[in-house]
Design a protein around this ligand. Sequence first.
Ligand SMILES: [Fe+2]
Ligand SMILES: [Fe+2]
Length: 195
Amino acid sequence: MPVADQDTALPEWTDIQKKNNAKNTREPFPLRVRWPSETFNERQENIMNIYQRIVQDHDKHRELASRIMKTEGNSDERNELWAQFKPEATAHANAEEQTLYAELLEAQKSQEQARHSVHEHKEADDLIKELDEMDMSSGGWIQKFEKLKEELEHHMKEEENDVFEIAKKVISNDLANDLVDKFEKRKSSEISEVA
Ligand SMILES: [Fe+2]
Ligand SMILES: [Fe+2]
């Protein structure tokens, strides 16, 4: 069969494919529509939810706090690390309150736990303010910081275990994904206010 005849005998979908390839667009529907479940699951895993985003910050706070504990007096290192830690911890707590806790305060099932966490935020905030006004070279500064570190470690552990468990019962997976964007926006605006 001559080449010209072969071309005219091509089925309609192949013509569509040719046109689409020329335009560098996706294949038309009947050709190869495959959406394997592994691909879907991988896509789901790539989307960070509010819980993972919060843990990301917690890990950063744990690391910064441990580094501060190793610093001495009114050193540059202590000043620099505190200048990172303070807005981070404050903005994180405020962003949590505007996103995760705003949702948890709405639902009766999670209200009590949310109130408890918000109360702990206030306690940590008071300690942060006290530390900010204290002389870093005094021995009392690191003692008070250690208290803050311990309180925050307890708070973060409680969030990651108890709070998240309750939250997963009252917040849909879609909302848990959507809250990340709100958290980021809130946190960056808080940081720019503090800076
Ligand atoms: Fe918190
Ligand atoms: Fe937190």
